[in-house]
Design a protein around this ligand. Sequence first.
Ligand code: UDP
Length: 240
Amino acid sequence: METCCQRKKRILLKLSGEALSTEGHRGINPQSLKEIAEEIAEAYKKSCCELTIVIGGGNVWRGVRDGGGVIDRVNSDSMGMLATVINAIALQSAIEEAGVPTRVLTSINIYQLAEPFVRRKALRHLEKGRIVIFAGGTGNPFFTTDSAAALRASEINADVLLKATQVDGVYDCDPKKNPDAKLIRRITYTDAIAKQLQFMDTAALAICMENKLPIQVFNLHQKGNIQKALCGEEIGTTIY
Ligand code: UDP
């Protein structure tokens, strides 16, 4: 098997729940799930990294948006965290179907479905060649799964946080609204926070900055990007 690096890099890949659905739809689309899982599994087999994944839940439930003023914020966020567990179980099935063993570790205890998050257990799974999927976000309301990704990546001493998105990287303004938006190749944490570029919330950026954890933002929908990112190619935008 071809491998692309000498030392095992430890990587955290952040996927939005949207990655498992189709544009304009909610829930999980089995074909989208299969495609993304196969791409992750193939990229993982060809790289020589330790891989962890944080999956969001926005395709199923997003606290602020979906509570609609009827469900209070804390309960609505709890539902969002449960949504990430649904996505994690789906991703686990599909990645294992593609031939790579995985473990789901949750920050809210659901013993019958997944292991609770314990840092040392996560590291042991990585040693054994399993992809570790972190579900349940941070386990606290008022946070996002970007913050969970920053937190878990810092806790496990990841070398990089890869954020797979719908666009090519970080732009100086919203590329979906402004055709003149310019892609930024490299930007410091402080500039990214000061310019409020909206690709990740400030709490998550602050955790990465404090722990000197580089972030790479890239387009999930460009075939081969996951493998390039796992192999350390500087695609998209690097925040450092
Ligand atoms: N959430 C939360 N705490 C966390 C992570 C997530 O309360 O630590 C809730 C929040 O309601 C959020 C939802 O879970 O809207 C889904 O997560 P997110 O919006 O980050 O998912 P993504 O946009 O990445 O799919």
